[in-house]
Design a protein around this ligand. Structure first.
Ligand code: DGL
Length: 264
């Protein structure tokens, strides 16, 4: 008799389409699995909102995914992971991106970690706290990079304007002689080539999207979460649709997907 299978999708949510970088990483690590993605494009951005608001939005997003019978939830949004993860319905296995990102950062670091993220994530000190719990001797230098999200959404991922902005944001971290840089926002992996050019080869870049995908894949093995049996399908639900969102989503996601406009 063959082992039981579970074809329910993995639910992933983010404030917008940037979290598709996490969906890509999950599909790479768990190729048989289907993704049900919720992008709360109507309420984007989360990174400038209050803790209460981000918690409320995140709770609604999780109930939406659970109502659609996902077998696990991944909070792709760094801001939601930082501010709301501990308050979310844990009746299904749930992961945020902060802890996996912190774990990879401490593996790389020789003692000085830089974290770049939204205003709300930096204010929560979630990465700094997670790193301190793992290796208290590490010094963490955090920097909110508010302009990166709109620049990425504009498609200016390799543009002189973005490069000038990045130089300005990263200057204090480079002066602090960081050895590792955490990309603590869904959009920042798309700036990786530009950021690598600026920080140089001596600083390790930690992508929280890859880190959470590795953590989920490891847990799927350990917790014996049942694998999917058939070919995977990916479905994207957006709370607001526009040509722009769909175009950006198709650019980020490396796979075919169907789209749906939803209310949460
Ligand atoms: N998804 C958010 C994050 O990873 C960035 C975009 C936003 O501010 O909503 O923090």
């Amino acid at each position: 008799m063959s082992a039981p299978k579970d074809d329910r999708p993995i639910g992933v949510f983010d404030s917008g389409v940037g979290g598709l970088t996490v969906a890509n990483a999950l599909i790479r690590r768990l190729p048989g699995e289907s993704i049900l993605y919720l992008g709360d494009t109507a309420r984007l951005p989360y990174g400038t909102k209050s803790v209460e608001t981000v918690k409320r939005y995140s709770e609604r997003n999780v109930s939406f995914l659970l109502d659609r019978s996902v077998k696990a939830v991944v909070v792709a949004c760094n801001t939601a992971s930082a501010l709301a993860l501990d308050h979310l319905d844990a009746s299904t296995p749930i992961w945020g991106v902060i802890q996996p990102g912190a774990q990879v950062a401490v593996q790389h670091s020789r003692g000085r970690v830089g974290v770049i993220a939204t205003e709300a994530t930096v204010a929560s000190a979630a990465y700094a706290d997670a790193i301190e719990r793992l290796r208290p001797e590490i010094e963490v230098f955090s920097r909110a990079c508010g302009l990166f999200v709109p620049l990425v959404e504009e498609g200016w991922t390799d543009d002189p304007v973005t490069e000038a902005v990045a130089h300005r944001y990263l200057a204090p971290l480079l002066s602090a002689e960081i050895d590792t840089l955490v990309l603590g926002c869904t959009h920042y992996p798309m700036l990786r080539p530009l950021l690598t050019r600026i920080v140089g080869p001596g600083i390790a870049l930690v992508d929280s999207a890859e880190a959470v995908a590795d953590a989920v894949a490891a847990a799927f093995g350990e917790q014996r979460l049942l694998p999917a049996s058939s070919a995977s399908t990916h479905h994207l639900c957006l709370t607001d649709t526009s040509e722009g969102f769909e175009r950006t989503a198709r650019t980020i996601l490396d796979h075919e997907a169907t789209f749906e406009r939803v209310d949460v």
